[in-house]
Design a protein around this ligand. Structure first.
Ligand SMILES: Nc1ncnc2c1ncn2[C@@H]1O[C@H](COP(=O)(O)OP(=O)(O)OP(=O)(O)O)[C@@H](O)[C@H]1O
Ligand SMILES: [Mg+2]
Length: 376
């Protein structure tokens, strides 16, 4: 174990001889000790120097031990205090502990009772300080991360906006060429202009995807109760056009309702269900199942959306959630690759997580949680 720093102790007792004896004994035990004979002097010492522990008499003329402890904790909230008291005043010692003292020792003081009490209190002091240090480090890191996120947000949104204008010029002139000068263009040139037009279209789709993604990150959360099952059926009905002419069955289990932002949770469902519809396209009978799974150590419900579609290799399971990451070619399955990135972002803003399970040609399951409760 690393050696602990020497405890700095302030001894307070109005009886000079007792204070002196205690101070010297504790110094012999290896502590750094200062001794004073009144509450007022103790507060003055606390203002000038840093102490870990105050060991104070309970009954003193002028300021008593209780009010000294209260004021000392106002000076340094992580300080620990031990009250010394006679047998008769144990109820008062309890009162002192309610005022913030951590322990009490009975007079006459016995060293073999005092030292363990001091060590316990000093351990509490070290833990309090460590805790405060960790908390401040966490909030520093959180602030840094939030600033970096905001910057990234501003960057992607302004880049997306700025890219749209020159893109419109490209699309506009390509359209003009095709509409007005088509006859004058040799067939090969015409084909090239068409390719330019298609490329610009594709880029516009990507930019819109990025903009959507960044909007989902910025929108303030407005949490409320959400009936996940009903949401799911509505979304499926709304996506009817995407599976017209195919047999796609939706099975919704008994789902607990959730607390979350209804608009954002709808985007989650739209993306997961439309993926399930899209990637079951080669199936004669597509089945999409929505339910809750039992997952060990998970405090809240784990929702899932499962399909019997083309699936993917598990080694790619993390990639899917990145922006513009796609595992299937656009010629086979259209899309821009921002859907799941958006979903992950929304789920994480709700304090949850998302993961996927699949194997090639054996369907895919997307699990997500929303606990432990949305962040504002
Ligand atoms: N249900 C699924 N079954 C098999 N693969 C999937 C499924 N859902 C997503 N994927 C894979 O993950 C990739 C990323 O999905 P995501 O929803 O982000 O993009 P997309 O559907 O291709 O495009 P977008 O949602 O932006 O229109 C998909 O291209 C596909 O390869
Ligand atoms: Mg998608």
């Amino acid at each position: 174990m690393p050696k602990q720093p020497v405890g700095r102790i302030l001894v307070v007792d109005d009886e000079l001889s007792l204070m002196g004896a205690l101070r010297d004994t504790l110094r012999d035990e290896g502590y750094r000790v200062t001794g004073v004979t009144s509450g007022a002097r103790a507060l003055a010492a606390l203002g000038e120097e840093k102490f870990d522990l105050v060991l104070t008499d309970l009954v003193m003329p002028g300021q008593d031990g209780i009010s000294l402890v209260e004021e000392a904790l106002r000076i340094d909230p992580h300080l620990v205090a031990i009250i010394m008291t006679g047998h008769g005043s144990i109820p008062t010692a309890v009162e002192a502990m309610q005022a913030g003292a951590i322990d009490y020792v009975l007079k006459p003081i016995r060293l073999n009772a005092l030292i363990p009490a001091l060590e316990r209190a000093l351990t509490v002091r070290r833990l309090r300080e460590k805790n405060a240090e960790l908390e401040s480090r966490v909030s520093e890191r959180t602030a840094e991360l939030e600033a970096a996120n905001r910057e990234l947000e501003a960057f992607s949104s302004s880049v997306s906006h700025d890219l749209r204008t020159p893109l419109r010029t490209i699309t506009g002139f390509a359209e003009l060429l095709l509409a007005r000068e088509a006859a004058a263009l040799p067939p090969e040139a015409r084909r090239r202009v068409e390719l330019i037009h298609a490329g610009a279209d594709e880029m516009a789709r990507l930019i819109n995807g990025l903009l959507d993604f960044s909007r989902m990150g910025k929108k303030a959360l407005e949490p409320g109760p959400v009936d996940v099952g009903a949401l799911c059926r509505e979304v499926f009905a709304g996506l009817g056009g995407e599976h017209a002419g195919r047999r796609v069955e939706l099975r919704v289990g008994d789902l607990p309702s959730a607390v979350g932002d209804p608009f954002l949770l709808r985007q989650v469902m739209v993306n997961l269900v439309s993926n399930a519809i899209k990637f079951t396209r080669p199936r004669n009978r597509a089945v999409i199942e929505v339910g809750v799974a039992a997952v060990r150590d998970e405090p809240g419900p784990v929702y899932f959306v499962r399909d019997n579609g083309v699936g993917f290799e598990m080694r790619d399971a993390e990639k899917l959630f990145g922006v513009f990451q796609r595992l299937h070619s656009t010629s086979e399955f259209e899309g821009t690759g921002v859907g799941l990135a958006t979903v992950r972002r929304i789920v994480e803003r709700h304090g949850g997580r998302i993961w996927a399970q699949s194997s090639r040609d054996a369907g895919a399951t997307f699990y997500f949680t929303l606990s432990p409760g949305p962040r504002p």
